[in-house]
Write a protein of this length. Structure first.
Length: 150
């Protein structure tokens, strides 16, 4: 999760320190809540969660104190801009990032290649972090993993 949020905030040109960045802390709590529901923390899901945090308190402080509404609205606008930007259209196009399909969908695993050499460093970090986030969500839903946890 940390790499995903660092990558996302890096694309926005925002502070992404996991300890001191209030934007990072808010988004991290939003990701935790999204994952707790068994969902994938997509950019679209994060926009909604950041706009209306899905928690009342952040461990020791009310959600509104983690990132005041005015600053939260600025973050939501920046995230929406990222979604709407033609520069990030390539991230939204193409074949969906379906981990089950990438791993063969029950058939013997096949080879999946991702080429990110043409991307800038912040874009590379975001793509790799997004892939890892999807793998994590896939693992959380995996029946084999649930059997091992028993």
């Amino acid at each position: 999760m940390t790499a995903y949020l660092v990558g996302l905030l890096g694309l926005l040109g925002r502070d992404a320190d996991p300890v001191s960045s209030r934007e990072f802390i808010l988004l991290a709590r939003c990701v935790e809540e999204i994952w707790a529901k068994g969902e994938t923390a997509t950019l679209e899901a994060l926009v909604g969660a950041a706009a209306q945090p899905p928690f009342r308190r952040d461990r020791s402080a009310p959600a509104r104190d983690v990132l005041p509404k005015r600053e939260r609205d600025g973050l939501v606008l920046a995230l929406n801009g990222l979604l709407a930007s033609p520069a990030t259209a390539a991230f939204r196009g193409g074949v969906p990032l379906d981990i089950d399909a990438l791993l063969g969908g029950g058939a013997p695993a096949k080879l999946s290649i991702f080429s990110i050499a043409h991307l800038s460093d912040p874009e590379r970090l975001f793509v790799v972090a997004t892939l890892l986030s999807r793998v994590r969500s896939w693992l959380a839903r995996s029946p084999a993993r649930r059997r091992c946890a028993r």
